[in-house]
Design a protein around this ligand. Structure first.
Ligand SMILES: [Fe+2]
Length: 193
């Protein structure tokens, strides 16, 4: 019995030591990477997947034969792929810094039909503005935690691209407003195809 307890104690000690070594390894790469940054990045992964869902849903609508706007479908499908890539980039970043990925449910868009390409573009612009706001919050949190690596990652890999996609959507909305629905929409669709 005594021998068994001694063996159990040794085994337990070995397990604890190996777990501590694992933790130390994790701590090495988690320098300055706080748990609130980890949690905000996990939220951002969800935001990017939500945006991907929104664009996928829009693309499927404009790709319907009864709607017949393949150019807009192509534009929105490209945007959906971009959002998925961004979610993956955040997942890779979390792993690189020793954070843990906790995937959250993806929220479907609030509607599946769009009055027009203008309606969809305005909704997309609203979603992009919200995402940008969240990215600024994440960037500021990283700055507060003196984590320049995360600040640089968000600024260089995400914020510049956000500004560009907001500008592109603004321009598309302006052109859709000028062109009007019907024939104007068809002409712009041809340009996007
Ligand atoms: Fe985006």
């Amino acid at each position: 019995m005594a021998r068994f307890s001694l063996l159990s104690a040794i085994l337990l000690h070995l397990v604890v030591v190996s777990m501590q070594q694992g933790d130390d390894e994790t701590l090495d790469i988690r320098q300055r990477f706080g748990s609130s940054s980890v949690s905000m990045i996990n939220d951002q992964i969800q935001n990017e997947f939500n945006a991907m869902y929104l664009y996928e849903s829009m693309a499927s609508y404009f790709g319907r034969p009864s709607v017949g706007l393949p150019g807009f479908k192509k534009f929105l499908k490209k945007a959906a792929n971009k959002e998925r890539e961004r979610a993956h980039k955040l997942i890779d970043y979390l792993n690189m810094r020793g954070g843990h990925v906790r995937l959250k449910p993806i929220t479907p868009p609030s509607k599946f039909e769009w009055f027009s390409a203008l309606d969809a573009a305005e909704t997309a612009l609203g979603a992009e503005k919200n995402i940008t706001q969240e990215l600024y919050r994440l960037r500021d949190r990283a700055d507060m935690e003196s984590d320049p690596h995360l600040v640089d990652f968000i600024e260089s890999e995400f914020l510049t691209e956000q500004v560009t996609s907001i500008r592109d959507l603004r321009e598309l909305i302006a052109r859709l407003n000028k062109a009007g629905s019907g024939l104007g929409e068809l002409i712009l669709d041809k340009e996007l195809n």
